[in-house]
Design a protein around this ligand. Structure first.
Ligand SMILES: [Zn+2]
Length: 269
């Protein structure tokens, strides 16, 4: 699945989930908390592809997300890819093939998803304000890059960096103190999970079962059979998925906003 669809699926899942929680569990979120959760989930849905490095020294290549903050994120992607490859070799069994690139390994597993969600929550709890603002800054950057890909391409990484910093600061200044911390970790973890699911339906291959060994393989790639899997970049993926995900997001947003608008209307009458 390509970047924009990943980001959009993160946003759609978060909005639909929030709607369901409000409907069936009576769990309300403020509009700001909702917007932050959606942005973080959209950004988180791009996060696993930060294992796709390019050429840092030449400032080339890499996944679109790896270029969000220019050469800095390209460098981070390089580190992530090497760590992933290291973990691959450290845990590989006899029937796992040799690889020379760590893409679609460690960052596309469930333990990584849980670690990211838990780690984010722990960081926010331990370092408070500065951890929150830093994480929001990175996630907003990824979300902008993914959701507004054409604009982001034209604007370039400096503008994206400035916009993310501004949004992070605004959010921090307006988000009520105690709340919002567990929300950020959850949204990021859910985003990573949605990414993995997205990769599973578009082409054969994410090591979703790692670290469970199967037939002397630790890194069994699992996905839909090629016949029914969506082809990456195909029309069905790009247009179909975008429309479907946008409709889901819009309906959920409407469902979340409509009751409060209606009740306000009633009060005025
Ligand atoms: Zn991926």
């Amino acid at each position: 699945m390509m970047g924009p669809q990943h980001a959009l699926s993160g946003a759609a899942v978060w909005l639909a989930g929030s709607w369901a929680l409000e409907q069936f569990a009576d769990y309300h979120q403020s509009p700001l908390a909702l917007a932050v959760g959606t942005a973080v989930c959209a950004g988180g849905a791009l996060f696993p592809d930060l294992d796709m490095s390019g050429k840092v020294t030449k400032n080339q290549g890499g996944a679109t997300v790896a270029r969000t903050f220019g050469v800095f994120s390209l460098f981070a992607a390089e580190v992530m890819e090497k760590i992933s490859l290291g973990v691959y070799y450290a845990t590989k069994l006899s029937r796992d093939p040799r690889r020379n690139n760590g893409h679609r390994t460690l960052t596309h597993t469930l333990p990584f998803t849980v670690l990211v969600g838990w780690g984010t929550t722990a960081l926010c709890a331990a370092y408070g304000k500065w951890a929150v603002i830093t994480i929001l800054f990175f996630m907003f950057g990824l979300a902008l890059r993914g959701l507004f890909d054409e604009w982001a391409e034209r604007a370039g990484w400096v503008i994206i960096t400035l916009a993310s910093a501004g949004a992070a600061w605004f959010t921090f200044a307006n988000l009520p103190g105690g709340r919002g911390y567990p929300l950020i970790g959850t949204a990021l973890g859910v985003g990573c999970f949605v990414h993995i699911l997205g990769d599973m339906i578009t082409r054969a291959g994410v090591p979703i079962l790692w670290p469970i060994p199967i037939k002397r393989r630790m890194w069994m790639m699992i996905g839909l059979p090629n016949k029914i899997a969506l082809r990456v970049g195909s029309k069905a993926e790009v247009v179909g998925m975008r429309i479907a995900l946008t409709v889901i997001s819009a309906l959920a947003t409407l469902g979340l906003i409509a009751p409060s608008v209606l009740s306000r209307f009633d009060i005025e009458i």
